[in-house]
Design a protein around this ligand. Structure first.
Ligand code: GDP
Ligand code: MG
Length: 155
């Protein structure tokens, strides 16, 4: 976008990133946010949130038949999470690359999980797996703003 082009945010791709309770407890909030900031995506929403059980079950409903599902719900509801909406062209796939593989032992060094975690059941961060799920997972009103960096990031 040129600096003075106005884009309705519904047109722009967004992803839901959530720092899980282990990331909050381990003091990794700043580190994880910093990876997305430094990459050059735009932060559109942010809150610290205690996820209720029913919302955790809804968020992970595709996994409800899996043996680890009860542990997953206990894990996600065990303490506050940091909920974020990040925006930018290609942000969904790029965020998944920044996060790394589901199993942190298989995640490449340089990724968040590859650098900061050792177990699938404590993999510190969630990222939407498609633009449609990004839209579905983001709730509430987002900030309408444009970073002064935009013309230095986008041709
Ligand atoms: P993601 O998109 O990389 O987060 O992975 P999935 O959507 O497949 O799974 C969602 C989350 O469920 C993962 O991030 C893990 O926290 C958890 N999970 C997935 N597979 C397993 C597993 O085999 N064991 C355990 N304990 N947790 C798992
Ligand atoms: Mg997933």
């Amino acid at each position: 976008a040129t600096p003075n082009r106005i884009v309705a945010s519904s047109e722009v791709e967004q992803t839901y990133i959530m720092i899980k309770p282990d990331g909050v407890q381990r003091g990794l909030v700043g580190e994880i946010i910093s990876r997305f900031e430094k990459k050059g995506f735009l932060l559109k929403g942010l809150k610290l949130f205690q996820c209720p059980k029913d919302l955790a079950q809804e968020h992970y409903k595709d996994l409800k038949e899996r043996p680890f599902f009860p542990n997953l719900i206990d894990y996600i509801t065990s303490g506050p999470v940091v909920c974020m909406a990040w925006e930018g062209d290609g942000v969904v796939a790029s965020a998944r690359k920044l996060i790394g593989a589901t199993n942190p032992l298989q995640a490449e060094p340089g990724t968040i999980r590859g650098d900061l975690a050792v177990q699938t059941g404590r993999n510190v961060v969630h990222g939407s797996d498609s633009p449609d799920n990004g839209k579905r997972e983001i709730e509430g009103e987002l900030a309408q703003w444009e970073s002064v960096q935009t013309p230095w990031l986008i041709e």
